[in-house]
Structure formats: C-alpha cells, structure tokens
Design a protein around this ligand. Structure first.
Ligand code: GYE
Length: 327
C-alpha cells in the first residue's frame, strides 16, 4: 500500500486529480481535493461477531497507517443509527463516507443526500439494493453467494460414497442482510444441482454464538436425523457445537458442520474436529478501503467492485494457517 504524506503529495495530488477529472467515478464531481488529511466517516454494522471485531480493527488500523482521519460509529445492528451517522458525516462535511449496510434496502434517500453534498460513498463488506448504483462509487467485499456454493460443495464431497440423502439444517445470519440472502442462495443452488444435500429447515442465529446455540436447539427439536449443519458464520457454528454436545452428539462426527468466516476461533474448532470445513471471508478489508479512498482524491482508478480474498479450510490447512493468523 502506498504510504502518503499529504503535505508533499498535495500539489502532485491536485495535478493528478485535475488530470484525472475526466475519469471521476460515475455520477460524482469531487469538489474539494483535501489539502490536509482525508476525513473518512465510517458507519459499522455493530459488534455482533468475531468477524465484525476483526473488520473494525482492520479499518481503524488501516486509517491510522494511511494517515486518514477516521470518524467511526458503531450502529449496533440498527439501520436508523447508521442513517443518522451518515447524515452526521454529511453535516460535518467529511471528504468521503464508507459503511457496511446492516440490511440491503432503505439507503437511497441518505445516499442521495451524500451525493447532493458532493461526498462520495464506498460500501464495505455488505451490499445494498438500489435503483441507482451511481449512489456509491465502489463496493469492497466478498462474493457471498460463492461462499454458499463452496460450503455446499465441500459438504457434498464429504458424502460422495454415501448413497442416500444428507439432511441439512441452516443457521442463518440476520434477516435482510446480503450475506444471509446470498449465502442461502449459493448453498441451495449447489445443493439442488445433485440433490444429495437436502435442506430440511432453517433458523436464524443472528450471527452470534448464543443465537446459533438457541437456533440449533430449536432445530434439534423440529428435525429428525440431522446429518449436517450449514452455519452462515463461525460464531453460530460454535453455538451449534455447544447445542449438539448438550444433546449428547459429537459435533463434526455425528453431525458435520460447515461454516463461513475463518476466524481464529473457527479454525481452532476445525483443528479440534468440531467443525468440518470453514470457508474464508476475510474481514481485513481496511487497506483495500483506504486504497479506494486515496485513489478517489489523488487520481487513481477507482474500481466499482473490489473483491476480498476467500479460501476453504479443512483441519490440516487450518493447523498450518493458525500460527500466523491475524484474526
Ligand atoms: O460472516 C459475520 C458478520 O457481513 C460477512 O457479518 C459479514 C458477516 C460475517 O457478523 O460473522
């Protein structure tokens, strides 16, 4: 990542921006090139999971490293609070706004206010549904549907010698969020391709360990013969582990579990044999966000979509990765 000292870059920055003005992101006219540090207003979803904590840490660390002044707000899962935070950044005339939308819908109004104020908006992690995608200049994050595809694929491969159906239950993230919707779609799309995995029932665990445990207990009461669990994040998967153990079952053996995120806690449970596969969805997108922010004002090319890294871990690759794991 280019380290920028704004004093020395000021002149060069202005020239490159002027030169690059023709390439301004669609629908935006950047009115003022910051003479001092860029001021970024960020609205975070909440602090619901280990992934979210790591995502927040990544953004704060990257802002500091890139000498970007960060105004940070934690909405604790409340869209009204996110909208209020974005409006406060508009009133404060920040240079750029970024946020991880807690749900997909209901953003056009506040994003129009940001555009009218000449403030570009970057989406991080999650996505929005909008009639006008010029309301944001870039989105950075993972392909959630492909995470669902991979979860189903790896689970299905585990049963390649098994002739019958595999009864699967799903632990879902918060309703209305893009990872919940798209991971569900991706998992079911792959499951329906060969018909071996049969999704019997779902229950929301709201991304938390406690929520996953409660949801798994409900599913154990409702569904006979559960063979496997697709938990849409590690924390809910760890909750399912507790519920299965309480029911006298061996998680990872009697009931296989596949999760998404690849936090340290998830990979540790994978090595312990309590989980079977973990699909990575890296929360460390802070540097990617700061690159977009700097490029917005200093003439770089801003991509409309910046993907974060993903992989699939089994117990061996998890053991290899854990010593150097930063989240
Ligand atoms: O999977 C979960 C967090 O939006 C991808 O939100 C993120 C999801 C992640 O609470 O742990």
């Amino acid at each position: 990542m280019r380290r920028r000292s704004f004093l020395s870059l000021g002149t060069a920055g202005v020239c490159s921006v002027l030169a690059g003005c023709g390439d301004e992101p669609e629908g935006f006219n950047l009115r003022d090139v910051p003479s001092g540090p860029i001021v970024l207003g960020f609205s975070q979803v909440g602090s619901e999971s280990g992934w979210r904590e790591a995502n927040t840490a990544s953004i704060k660390k990257a802002a500091e490293r890139n000498r970007i002044t960060l105004k940070f707000d934690n909405a604790e899962g409340d869209q009204k609070k996110q909208i209020a935070a974005i409006q406060s950044y508009i009133a404060a005339k920040v240079n750029v706004i970024a946020f991880s939308p807690v749900v997909e819908t209901g953003w056009d109004g506040v994003l129009r206010q940001a555009r009218d104020a000449g403030i570009p908006v970057v989406l991080t992690d999650r996505l929005i549904e909008t009639t006008d995608d010029s309301l944001y200049v870039s989105s950075i994050g993972a392909e959630f549907a492909s995470e669902g595809n991979l979860a189903a694929l790896y689970l299905e491969n585990d049963y390649e010698d098994y002739s019958g159906h595999v009864n699967v239950v799903e632990l879902l993230g918060t309703p209305g969020s893009s990872p919940t919707k798209l991971r569900t779609e991706g998992f079911r799309e792959t499951a329906s391709r060969h018909g071996k995995l049969r999704v019997m029932d779902s229950e929301t665990g709201n991304w938390t360990v406690a929520g996953g445990e409660t949801a798994m207990k409900k599913l154990l009461r409702r569904v006979k013969d559960i063979d496997a669990v697709f938990a849409q994040n590690d924390d809910m998967g760890l909750g399912a582990v507790k519920a299965l153990q309480a029911a006298g079952k061996k998680p990872g053996t009697d009931v296989r579990i596949v999760t998404v995120d690849a936090t340290r806690a998830g990979l540790t449970a994978l090595v312990e044999g309590k989980l079977n596969y973990v699909v990575e969805c890296s929360p460390e997108i802070g540097e990617q966000l700061m690159t977009v922010v700097v490029d917005l004002f200093f003439g770089g090319q801003v991509q409309k979509r910046v993907e974060s890294q993903k992989a699939v871990f089994d117990s061996d690759s998890a053991a290899d990765a854990l010593p150097d794991r930063t989240y």
